[in-house]
Ligand binder design. Structure first.
Ligand code: PGA
Length: 246
């Protein structure tokens, strides 16, 4: 299966720079060969112009978060139904920045993932340990708990994707050893087996993926793609990662 390279723009970009980046990616994908599946997750208000910029390409667009309810009095939140209605194909839920900044619990993340599935979206569910949890030797327990508590009911390998993102590797330039990534991906795969229907759950690695380390990370058995933050903000870097796909 093609590797999924997903660009999480986080709270970056304005209308002009976001459109420029999307147009630069669209131009490359029209003119160059790639084996990868590509997705971008712009800030919410940028979704419509970015959808237009990539409309004649295979790049798909998603939201960075959604609410667990379909509609209602939730100031500042966005529903999965609205994302789907705009033309999004998926949504990220449970990113560690949402878990930390907004005190999101596994139960809420699960609710968001289920709302996404109900709206017909693919969902990328993020898990990963903090540095303190890792230092305390709790990384496997923490990630198992997050998998058990955050994955939606009723998901299949076509609709649910997991991203393993060690919190201490996000935006720091540090990454786990390659064999550690492989071990965590197989732990997640085993744990998720009873929760997501079907064979071949896609598990992305995220945390300081760059053009310089993407080749070795994307070759680790069990790594089905990457969730990329900082390096997804320039077309050259993001394309460098896309080109690193085996
Ligand atoms: P990073 O972010 O690539 O900047 O480390 C990854 C993420 O948070 O998804």
């Amino acid at each position: 299966m093609a590797k999924l390279i997903a660009g999480n723009w986080k709270m970056n970009g304005l209308l002009g720079s976001g459109k420029d980046l999307a147009q630069a990616l669209a131009k490359r994908i029209r003119s160059m060969e790639t084996n990868a599946e590509i997705a971008v997750f712009p800030p919410g208000p940028l979704i419509p112009p970015i959808l237009r910029a990539v409309s004649d390409t295979s790049i798909w667009v998603g939201g960075q978060d959604c609410h667990w309810n379909g509609a209602g009095a939730h100031t500042g939140d966005v529903s999965a139904q609205l994302l789907a209605d705009l033309g999004c194909s998926g949504v990220i839920v449970g990113h560690s920045e949402r878990r930390a900044d907004h005190a999101e619990t596994d139960g809420q993340v699960k609710g968001k993932a289920e709302a996404a599935l109900a709206a017909g979206l693919k969902v990328i569910v993020c898990v990963g340990e903090t540095e303190a949890e890792r230092d305390a030797g709790q990384m496997e327990t923490v990630v198992r708990t997050q998998i058990d508590g955050s994955l939606p009911s009723g998901g299949t390998v076509d609709t649910v994707i997991v991203a393993y993102e060690p919190v201490w590797a996000i935006g720091t330039g540090r990454t786990p050893y390659l064999d550690e990534i492989g071990v965590m991906h197989s732990l997640i795969r085993n744990r998720a087996a009873g929760l997501v229907l079907g064979e071949g759950l896609r598990i992305l690695y995220g945390g300081s993926v760059k053009p310089t380390n993407a080749k070795e990370i994307l070759r680790i058995p069990g790594v089905d793609g990457a969730l990329v933050g900082g390096a997804s903000l320039t077309a050259d870097d993001f394309w460098g990662i896309i080109e690193s796909c085996p």
